[in-house]
Design a protein around this ligand. Structure first.
Ligand code: APR
Length: 232
């Protein structure tokens, strides 16, 4: 019985699009309807925290109403045949709910809150239901904010994510426009001989690295082709 190969999945908002959750940069995407500087920066929180809180409460409601899609479930099933680690830019918990067991949230997890004061990464607080209210506080008495990495903030788990990508025998990039850094840099952290696959309806435009297998499909539509590659 040979050692199972290591798959690393780098997923983005497109992974959850088939679950009805809006992406950021597609037409009618989130950033077409909101200004990033109004709802997703530390300055936004300082100047209008309840607007920011409400923005994430609405997104949390959408996440709770959504279900993992066939692509989330496929990745979870892969764990029977491969070692699988998921590095996701997504703040939804659909990979968890699909059954994946090893997930790193590069940009946080909308189902959790953290302090808006110093040492915010010291403790995460689970959020019951869809609403995080402005009167909820951390143990030190600071208002709780969503456990989400805003633009301009550090990405605490970046180093760990890079180490994970370097372990990949197979890297599968799914549903990310690779526009946001430092997350997009992770595709360069692969070891020699790593098999690299990108899944995205716009994959051909996104990826000019010829070493990638390009699947110009949605995550769900790509499953048959991924099966052929992974079980050939
Ligand atoms: N299946 C697969 N991919 C899809 C699907 C689908 N059904 N629908 C859209 N896509 C692709 C789009 O073609 C696009 O390349 O998903 C990608 C979504 O890109 P973005 O909206 O930019 O999302 P993402 O790359 O995850 O954004 C990165 O930006 O706003 C920040 O922190 C936020 O984590 C987010 C980061």
């Amino acid at each position: 019985m040979e050692e199972k190969k290591q798959i690393v999945v780098l997923s983005g908002a497109g992974m959850s699009a088939d679950s009805g959750i809006k992406t950021f940069r597609d037409s009618d995407g989130l950033w077409e309807n909101y200004r990033i500087e109004d709802v997703a920066t530390p300055q936004a929180w300082r100047s209008n925290p309840s607007l920011v809180q409400e923005f994430y409460n609405q997104r949390r409601k959408n996440v709770l109403d959504a279900q993992p899609n066939a692509a989330h479930l496929f990745l979870a099933e892969l764990e029977q045949f491969y070692k699988v680690k998921v590095v996701t830019q997504n703040i939804d918990d659909l990979h968890e709910r699909a059954g994946s067991s090893d997930i790193l949230h590069l940009h946080g997890n909308i189902r959790q809150a953290k302090s808006s004061g110093p040492n915010a990464e010291a403790k995460y607080y689970p959020i019951e239901g869809w609403e995080l209210r402005m009167d909820q506080q951390c143990d030190e008495g600071y208002t709780l904010r969503p456990h989400v990495v805003w633009f301009g903030e550090e990405v605490p788990l970046l180093e760990k994510a890079a180490e994970i990508c370097l372990q990949a025998d197979i890297l599968i990039v799914i549903g990310t426009s690779l526009q946001v850094y430092p997350a997009a840099n992770l595709i360069h952290y692969t070891k020699p001989g790593c098999r690299k696959i990108i899944v995205d309806p716009n994959a051909a435009q996104l990826m000019n690295d010829k070493s990638y297998t390009v699947i110009n499909k949605t995550a769900v539509e790509s499953i048959p082709e991924l099966k052929r590659i992974l079980f050939e």
